[in-house]
Write a protein that binds this ligand. Structure first.
Ligand SMILES: [Fe+2]
Ligand SMILES: [Fe+2]
Length: 278
């Protein structure tokens, strides 16, 4: 079992590229050229793409730039590096594009969690909505790994979900003896992502396991639940995950807050659609 885990860990470490959307990359590149584009606007658009935002942050945090502190939000990356550098990074990412078909609906799900995580974070004291939205985008990155890098196991997981009527997480445990939380956590670790991103990725189904980014993990947990409950995108199975009572309590939100979040979420989806990003 330990040997098996080690084998998968090595496989994950060897991953060089993740899928991305070339059209979005082109749009971002155009926006950078427009003098009227603000850093916040650009950060918002870049953060809607898992592969691009993750790769850009990975590069920004690499020793190449050598910033003394980790930069975990896209807005900060743009402020520190400037539009032109960010544009170059995006072009690099687009050139090394590996357009593979991952899990249908996962992109929409991740985008939904990006938006909802930010909306929740705005209502909770002591949070950085920008960083938490990136965490929302990346939380299921382990599923991208499963569907692309472990394609055979992924087929087996899909079969297990259908036959046993169990959720993705349980099916992963049966087939891989590991979950996308484990895989995503390892990935985040090997890319040296900060705890603010790492823990929501590694603990979003069990937020009680977070030690440092407790609020961020609780927010991403709730965002995941809400996006699934609303029915936007797909997490790989037809069920809504169980909401952790302690995580909900910790955020101290009211039912009115919740209504507002869902309302604003639908609004933001509409504007992204009109921008051609959905
Ligand atoms: Fe998940
Ligand atoms: Fe999810």
């Amino acid at each position: 079992m330990d040997d098996e885990k080690e084998k998968i860990r090595q496989k994950i470490k060897s991953i060089k590229r993740l899928p991305t959307l070339p059209e979005v990359a082109r749009k971002i590149s155009k926006m950078v050229e427009d003098d009227k584009t603000s850093a916040t606007e650009l950060a918002r658009i870049i953060s809607t793409n898992t592969a691009i935002s993750e790769r850009v942050l990975r590069l920004v945090n690499s020793s190449f730039y050598g910033f003394p502190d980790r930069i975990s939000s896209m807005s900060n990356a743009i402020i520190f590096l400037g539009f032109d550098v960010v544009k170059s990074l995006i072009i690099c990412v687009a050139v090394f594009e590996m357009m593979e078909k991952g899990m249908p609906g996962l992109w929409e799900h991740s985008l939904g969690c990006t938006i909802v995580s930010r909306l929740i974070a705005k209502k909770v004291k002591g949070c950085d909505p920008e960083e938490i939205s990136v965490a929302g985008m990346l939380h299921d990155i382990g599923k991208v790994v499963v569907s692309i890098q472990l394609a055979e196991d992924y087929q087996e997981i899909k079969k297990t979900i259908a036959e046993k009527k169990i959720n993705f997480l349980k099916a992963e445990k049966e087939v891989l003896e590991l979950t996308h939380e484990d895989l995503g956590g390892w990935l985040a670790e090997s890319w040296h992502l900060p705890a603010g991103l790492r823990e929501p990725i590694a603990c979003h189904h069990y937020p009680q396991q977070a030690r440092q980014a407790i609020l961020a993990t609780a927010i991403v947990h709730l965002a995941d639940f809400l996006v699934r409950a609303v029915g936007h995108g797909s997490g790989g199975d037809p069920w809504v995950p169980v909401l952790n009572h302690n995580a909900w309590e910790r955020l101290g939100l009211s039912m009115e807050d919740l209504e507002e979040i869902i309302f604003d979420f639908c609004d933001e989806l509409e504007s992204l659609e009109s921008e051609g990003l959905l």
